[in-house]
Design a protein. Structure first.
Length: 295
């Protein structure tokens, strides 16, 4: 009986020691793996479990922008954005804010920072106001999801930085214009003015008309993707709403501009594709960009 009991105790002890050895080995492997992972660079700062509403700051830079910051929204999910904050910003005085949304080629799944590589709005804007923070979000569509993400990101920036509420500007090119127009149809009061380039207005113009937020619709007369008809129709509808509000034509002209560029505007600069290359021209046109930041 005693021999049997002793044998059982020995067996249990050996099994326990073997198990401990296995655990120790696995722990060592896990530690080694974790150590290896921690040496890998990421486009975002390493936060294993970020809290909702916090931002994981990017680590890569491109022409002054910090790439692929992520706002972790409790309601809208992860919102990816590139951000330019002037070196002079220290929070002691309010700065302007500019939010620019890219076309299809600049969405997040196309690659981090590709919107800044293919569009120049975020860079030419700096020429008009040195004291301006610039956000270049990279979302995943141009529907309600991206619309709500743009609104949440804008509100986050307004709450995080010392921003002059009278100098908050927005711009959308192509598909980005569709998204930003939806934003303007939901929360136009967030912005001082809106520039829409080579796109169409998909938002609620009745909501926009209530705030009378200045808007400029810029498009080529023969834009290959949209044509100029959607912009003309939006202009006519908004003009009618403002007329019904009792505004004079002169008053309407100060807050609503239809800017259809003739073929000569493009051909004079050896550009044949009005939509695909229009973004380059519009971003570098001082009349167009100057209008936005004068509002």
């Amino acid at each position: 009986m005693k021999k049997a009991l002793f044998a059982a105790i020995v067996s249990i002890t050996i099994a326990s020691l073997a198990a401990c050895g296995t655990t120790s080995t696995n722990d060592s492997k896990q530690t080694a793996t974790s150590g290896s992972s921690s040496t890998q660079e990421s486009t975002q700062s390493q936060q294993s479990s970020p809290s909702d509403g916090q931002v994981s700051e990017g680590t890569r830079k491109y022409r002054g922008f910090t790439l692929d910051n992520v706002l972790h929204s409790p309601t809208q999910g992860d919102i990816h954005f590139n951000l330019y904050v002037p070196d002079s910003y220290d929070g002691s005085k309010p700065y302007a804010l500019f939010v620019t949304l890219p076309g299809y080629q600049g969405l997040h799944f196309q690659g981090v920072g590709v919107n800044l590589e293919t569009e120049e709005f975020g860079f030419t804007a700096q020429q008009y106001n040195k004291n301006m923070i610039i956000a270049a979000p990279q979302l995943d569509d141009w529907n309600d999801t991206s619309t709500k993400q743009t609104i949440e990101l804008t509100e986050h920036l307004l709450n995080t930085y010392n921003i002059d509420a009278n100098k908050v500007y927005s711009e959308g090119y192509s598909g980005g214009g569709e998204t930003m127009s939806r934003v303007m149809g939901m929360r136009p009061e967030l912005f001082t003015a809106y520039l829409q380039c080579a796109s169409q207005f998909d938002g609620d113009i009745n909501v926009l008309a209530e705030t009378r937020t200045p808007i400029r619709l810029v498009v080529g007369a023969h834009d290959e993707y949209y044509g100029d008809r959607p912009s003309r129709e939006t202009y006519d509808r908004l003009h009618a709403l403002y007329s019904n509000q009792g505004l004079s034509d002169a008053q309407i002209d100060r807050i609503l501009i239809l800017d259809v560029k003739p073929d000569s505007y493009f051909s004079s600069q050896d550009i044949s594709n009005q939509h695909g290359q229009g973004g380059h021209l519009f971003a570098n046109d001082p009349d167009i960009m100057g209008w936005l930041f004068r509002q």
